[in-house]
Ligand binder design. Structure first.
Ligand code: KG4
Ligand code: ZN
Length: 350
């Protein structure tokens, strides 16, 4: 039987990506133009620079994704793009490009929620679906727990009330003067440090709460560094490499403890048998290993996105679009970007 091949586009933040995915799970091509080199000197994403780079990269990544998959446009079942949440000028580029291509090629158009699609990344290149489940989406913009009945039926169980976990990694990396993006830098440095060196707070760990808060731990790291003679935001803390490694390892351990514990509680609360993990921070080895060992203890099945699909990519957009297509949920070309997630099922941060 012919497969439904969807072209997905992603441009919500600092990656310009295009991918072709068959029947929601078989990745035929996944092309990502990263902007890390553009933003690293600012320590974070600059929206206007991101938009300029998206404009330059979007057509080349679409071409490359079609070429790599060897699929001509007339064989596509639909064209999809992330429309929410994200940076305004960045979202506009991918969405406008997808709508234009859908119109020019006379294909259905599908707008996809970026956060929701991070969960779909767990299914990419996998033979089976894993629903119902509890899912943790943890990235630079989001930290949310969902009860998922199917790819399209999500109930929000908890979310961050302030910073996302990835944002905390990025900000702590800035304090320690580590390269952007902070998550991988902290993970690398933490390998040389002790997770028990500093007792950073494990916030909102009172039994039962499935919400998160990561702004306190970021401040705790800053105060700890002040104690080490860092007297202003632009001063490099006068610390040895060993001290920095201890801070990185202790910070990482505190964040991962909270993420792991709350995910297990969520699974217990809704009697889930399966746990899904996706989003940029899901690339973190300590999180992957710690959650795997807790799930094993509790008799839960754990499905984690492959590392290449944890951070932003377009395969997850095309993957989720397939289920929307099958459910008849295509969109009109008048669909607009929605930079803030107003859907109560999702977190409202970005
Ligand atoms: O999913 P993503 O690419 O973008 C958003 O939707 O936000 O996630 C990027 C975030 C950044 O905050 C980055 O520091 C974090 O994921 N990240 C990590 C690791 N790799 C990326 N955090 C911890 N450990 C990692 N290995
Ligand atoms: Zn993302």
């Amino acid at each position: 039987m012919a497969k439904d091949i969807i072209l997905g586009l992603e441009s919500s933040c600092d990656e310009t990506a295009a991918a072709l995915v068959a029947d929601g799970r078989q990745v035929l091509s996944s092309v990502i133009a990263s902007q890390i080199d553009i933003h690293k000197k600012y320590g974070g994403v600059v929206p206007e620079l991101a938009a300029r780079a998206h404009i330059e990269n979007i057509i080349p990544v679409v071409r490359e994704s079609l070429d790599k998959a060897g699929v001509p446009p007339h064989q596509l079942a639909a064209v999809a793009a992330a429309y929410s949440p994200g940076l305004v000028p960045a979202l506009l580029i991918g969405l406008t490009c997808a709508k234009t291509l859908a119109w020019a090629w006379d294909k259905p158009f599908i707008g996809v929620n970026h956060v929701h699609s991070h969960l779909q990344s767990v299914m990419l290149d996998e033979p089976a679906e894993n629903f119902p489940a509890v899912a943790l989406v943890v990235s630079g913009g989001h930290t949310s727990l969902y009860h998922c009945q199917s790819p399209l039926e999500l109930t929000l169980l908890g979310r961050t009330l302030d910073d996302a976990a990835g944002e905390a990694f990025d900000k702590v990396a800035m304090i320690l003067r580590l390269p952007y993006p902070g998550g991988p830098s902290i993970e690398k440095l933490a390998q040389n440090g002790s997770p028990h060196a500093v007792d950073f707070p494990r916030s909102m760990l009172e039994k039962g709460s499935l919400n998160f808060s990561f702004s306190g731990i970021k401040t705790a790291v800053l105060y700890h560094c002040h104690g080490k003679n860092m007297t202003g935001p632009d001063r490099v803390p006068s610390m040895s490499d060993a001290e920095k490694a201890d801070i990185a390892a202790s910070f990482q351990a505190a964040v991962i403890d909270v993420l792991t514990q709350k995910t297990i509680w969520a699974a217990q609360q809704v009697h889930a048998k399966t746990v899904l993990l996706g989003g940029g921070v899901a690339a973190n080895s300590l999180l992957r290993n710690q959650l795997a060992s807790r799930c094993h203890q509790m008799g839960l099945k754990l499905c984690i996105a492959a590392k290449k699909y944890c951070t932003d990519n377009a395969a997850m957009i095309a993957g989720l679009a397939y289920y929307k297509l099958k459910a008849g949920l295509t969109d009109d070309l008048s669909l607009e970007i929605q930079p803030i997630n107003h859907d109560p099922r999702f977190d409202t941060k970005r």
